[in-house]
Design a protein around this ligand. Structure first.
Ligand SMILES: Nc1ncnc2c1ncn2[C@@H]1O[C@H](COP(=O)(O)OP(=O)(O)OP(=O)(O)O)[C@@H](O)[C@H]1O
Ligand SMILES: [Mg+2]
Length: 454
């Protein structure tokens, strides 16, 4: 694990020296600064804790404290004061200082204070991740992203959750968060205290899926030696999530439709109608409209489900969220792996933003997890992300020169246009997609006289 970094800020060289040598002996990485300006500059170097003098030649410690807290509220600050002024100490604590120590101080005491403080940060970081993932496992904030698309989706999910809508259809490519969204809807609704039941329609053969969903009476089929309640009954008052609804067989589609329309169903082998109050959330990564056209999905069921459609955007359509998602996963894996990653190289972020992520957030999460396992230092670089690193060799095998040849200029133009479209005319990202630099993209835009569509 990375050893914690401490910044010692004092204009008195002797005090600085005493603190630096003692804390280094204790195994910490120690930085020093003699002025406020220097302190703020060095604070950017991944500092966990600051020992901060009240009086500095160019500014006072309190305003440095304020600036530090503004940049990173997790940094702990211990104030050092020569005159034991209670007022100052109180003010410092109000502004977020962890503690203060009076000069002249005892070095052993400082070391103890530092140890205790650092335990607090570790705990605080762990707690934050824990809160985000466990205390409220499916709070709406779990859906990370500030892009217009994601903000819109969150607003819609909130609205749907509290609405009386009994049916919701979630669509979107694999890995875009449909499962997560279904849980978010359930836990943000007044059904939260009731069960959330989940079944994947493609996972079971039709008769089994039917009895899982609707239950069966004793003797309904061979082996049905007792009555069984289905998910719809178990989830009464709550939510049933039907994943991969596009794979549901036709007979079951009609039974489901009847249930959605009448809110009643019969157990397999039963005659009595059973009434329950459940919300059905269906999800699919197929294009249901297309399935309807091909006769594989009932049109009436499609319309019934499509009353409240929510489309989860593909990650490449909201590439601006990528840095945030990376930070989110770096944070969660940091505590899980007990690894400290101080930054992700900006060049890596650019490449990750340009990559099209066919597996969406799931693929990104796996890529970050892998990168963190590979990383030995405290920085993630392009080298840790093979997915964006090695593309050309794979491409080399899949692209074959047609027998009739190609027009190389035209091919180049087409690739440049596609890269620009995909990146929304962001030249840096388009360049990364093609493995060239920005100047080379600009040159080609001029060469081909390309214009950004309005
Ligand atoms: N906006 C998001 N913010 C944070 N994590 C997300 C987001 N979207 C998806 N995830 C995470 O990505 C992973 C895949 O999401 P999920 O399983 O919900 O996808 P899905 O749409 O159901 O995919 P599939 O169609 O393959 O079933 C999960 O770990 C989920 O927590
Ligand atoms: Mg899913």
């Amino acid at each position: 694990m990375h050893s914690p970094t401490i910044l010692v800020v004092d204009d008195e060289q002797l005090i600085r020296w005493a603190l630096v040598s003692r804390l280094s002996d204790e195994g910490y990485r120690v930085l020093e600064a003699g002025t406020a300006a220097e302190a703020l500059a060095r604070h950017g170097e991944g500092v966990d804790l600051v020992l901060l003098d009240f009086k500095l030649p160019d500014d006072d410690g309190l305003s440095v404290l304020k600036r530090i807290k503004e940049t990173d509220n997790d940094t702990l600050v211990i104030m050092l004061t020569a005159h034991s002024s209670v007022d100052m100490a109180v003010e410092a604590m109000k502004r977020g200082a962890y503690h203060y120590a009076n000069k002249p101080f005892n070095l052993d005491e400082i070391v103890l204070l530092v140890q205790k403080a650092l335990e607090t940060t570790t705990l605080r970081r762990e707690l934050r991740v824990l809160r985000a993932t466990q205390a409220q496992p499916y709070s709406i904030e779990r859906l990370v992203g500030e892009s217009e698309a994601m903000v819109g989706v969150r607003a819609l999910l909130r609205k749907v959750a509290v609405s009386p809508a009994s049916t919701v259809l979630l669509t979107g490519e694999s890995g875009t968060g449909k499962d997560l969204a279904a849980k978010v809807i359930h836990y943000a609704s007044d059904r939260a205290a009731r069960p959330f039941m989940n079944i994947t329609c493609s996972a079971l053969p039709e008769p089994l899926l039917e009895s899982e969903l609707f239950g069966h009476e004793r003797g309904a089929f061979t082996g049905a030696d007792r009555q069984k309640r289905g998910l719809l009954e178990t989830a009464d008052g709550g939510t049933v999530f039907l994943d991969e609804i596009g794979e549901m067989m036709p007979m079951l589609q009609s039974k489901l439709l009847r249930f959605l329309e009448e809110r009643a169903f019969k157990r397999v082998g039963g005659t009595a109608d059973i009434r329950v109050q459940v919300r059905v959330i269906a999800a699919t990564n197929r294009n249901l409209e297309e399935e309807v056209k091909r006769g594989r999905f009932r049109e009436d069921l499609y319309y019934r489900l499509n009353v409240m459609p929510i489309v989860m955007p593909a990650l490449r359509q909201r590439a601006d969220d990528i840095p945030r998602l990376i930070a989110y996963y770096v944070d969660s894996y940091s505590s899980e792996f007990r690894k400290r990653i101080r930054q992700v190289a900006p060049s890596a972020i650019e490449r990750l933003k340009a990559y099209p992520w066919p597996g969406n957030v799931r693929e990104l999460r796996n890529a970050v997890e892998r990168a963190m396992l590979l990383a030995e230092g405290d920085e993630l670089t392009v080298d840790h992300f093979p997915v964006v690193e090695r593309r050309t060799p794979e491409l080399g095998e899949s692209v074959e020169l047609p027998a009739g040849g190609v027009d190389l200029e035209q091919l180049e133009r087409s690739l440049v246009v596609q890269a620009l479209q995909r990146s929304g005319w962001n030249q840096t990202r388009a360049a990364a997609l093609l493995g060239v630099n920005r100047d080379q993209i600009r040159y080609r835009i001029e060469k081909f006289k390309l214009e950004k569509p309005v």
